[in-house]
Design a protein around this ligand. Sequence first.
Ligand code: SF4
Length: 354
Amino acid sequence: MSTQNSYATLILHWYDQHQRILPWRAKTGTIPNPYHVLLSEIMLQQTQVATVIPYFNNFIKNFPTLNDMAHAPLDKIMAMWTGLGYYSRARNLHRCVQEIVKQGGAVPKTQEALKALPGIGEYTSAAILSIGYNQPYVPIDGNVERITARLFAVQEPLPSSKPALAMLAKTLNNHEEALVRPGDFAQGLFDIGATICKPKNPLCLICPLSDVCKAHQEKIADLLPKKQKKAEKPTKFGVSLFIQNSQGQLLFRKRPEKGVLAGTMELPSTIWSEQFPSLEQAIIETDCKGEYKKLGDIKHVFTHFTLKIRLYALVGHPDFITQDQKNIWLDLKELHHYPCSTLMRKMIAYSVKT
Ligand code: SF4
């Protein structure tokens, strides 16, 4: 069997029998909805399928069309995104659909036009074109890199092997059947990566590609792809203040519109720095005077750094702080109407429990 020709046949044949049923996915033979593909691909960036499914369903329920989302307030989108993480994706999504509506309302059909939209890069544009418009692109994400490294037994470690893996991955659809069904081919690769060619313990014995896979033949599948040792993540430190008024409402502020957790609600907090700020420093920085007691420290891991937050609670109630542009008093019950990060929910849960 010529391997060059067999990848596509094997992947498509397997996909016809074993494809995952996903809410954004069109059944084989039906026309995909490019808006569903765009929304799901943006949600899936850095996020697991199982996590995305309820968010995708909720977004489609609230915004059945791309036009509906473009005309929704950003705050509503941010609130619905709560818990999905990487909040800049929600802002970019909103700007992206607004831009598409300005251009006439149809998701663009070229990679150049897609990549000009906020939040859409090489991978997402290729996924939209192959899955949404059946164009012969191979979207190359971590799954596809892993399968490719194993199929060709690429020994060079990631990330320096990325360009070579991308070139090899682009040859996988070099076959008539894949060129006729680019969307199914791409999704077949995704499904094999997610369910069979897993990062640890790949299930080579039930893999449709085992006959053409060099890593399997050389018995090195679970050693690939190799990875260069990552530099240790830096740690940042901050102080946050838990301040409640006599009605039990919590004092919040909105984070800046740029940077980590942009635009989400937070307890009054210091900036995150190289070491723990003192309580005195935190009081000055947040402009929240009073007597405080220490609650404890919590840790949160972001992609590029680890954050340690020291929590203090105000003793008594500062009813003199009134609601204004900076200070927002919220009942915990109404917090779900506001964009609130997983980190902030963790801090509130810790403070309430302590
Ligand atoms: S045979 Fe094993 S290593 Fe090769 S693609 Fe299949 S699961 Fe991955």
